[in-house]
Design a protein around this ligand. Structure first.
Ligand code: NI
Length: 142
């Protein structure tokens, strides 16, 4: 019998501050490009993070992977790191890149992918970030 592949998603909400300020642009250019998001002392978001993995459904357990394990990876290596932090001032996870949701998605991809290595057959499929109700970013690893 063919083993079906299924995607599973865990969701995590965290609160963080940041400032959109591209190092390659002048202060004036940043102010024009990012508007209020360039505010000197930052601003905050309640981020909604969705991490999706894909893999075969184990015929014995009926699971792609244990959701508890995926929750644990996201909690220990993302939530506990970023929650109630200033993404630019308190952390170095972005390596100097602008703290856009796009860049966050790419960074989070790397973190999750690293910890999925111990789950053979399970592939990271998507990182989705809701920066606000109206602003949504998705990254598929390209
Ligand atoms: Ni913002």
């Amino acid at each position: 019998m063919k083993i079906p592949k299924v995607e599973i998603t865990v969701r995590s909400e965290f609160s963080a501050a940041h400032r959109l300020h591209a190092k390659g642009l002048s202060d004036k250019e940043n102010a024009k490009l990012f508007g209020p998001c360039n505010n000197k002392n930052g601003h905050g978001h309640n981020y909604d993070l969705f991490v999706t993995v894909r893999g075969p459904v184990d015929p014995v357990t009926g699971m792609v992977m244990n959701l508890f394990d995926l929750h644990r990876i996201v909690r220990d290596h993302i939530f506990d790191v970023v929650d109630h932090k200033h993404l630019d001032e308190d952390l170095d996870i972005l390596g100097g890149r602008t703290s856009t949701a796009e860049n966050l998605a790419v960074v989070f991809w790397g973190i999750v992918a690293e910890h999925l290595r111990e789950f053979p057959g399970v592939a990271l499929a998507k990182i989705r970030i809701h920066e606000s109700r109206g602003n949504i970013v998705e990254y598929f690893g390209e």
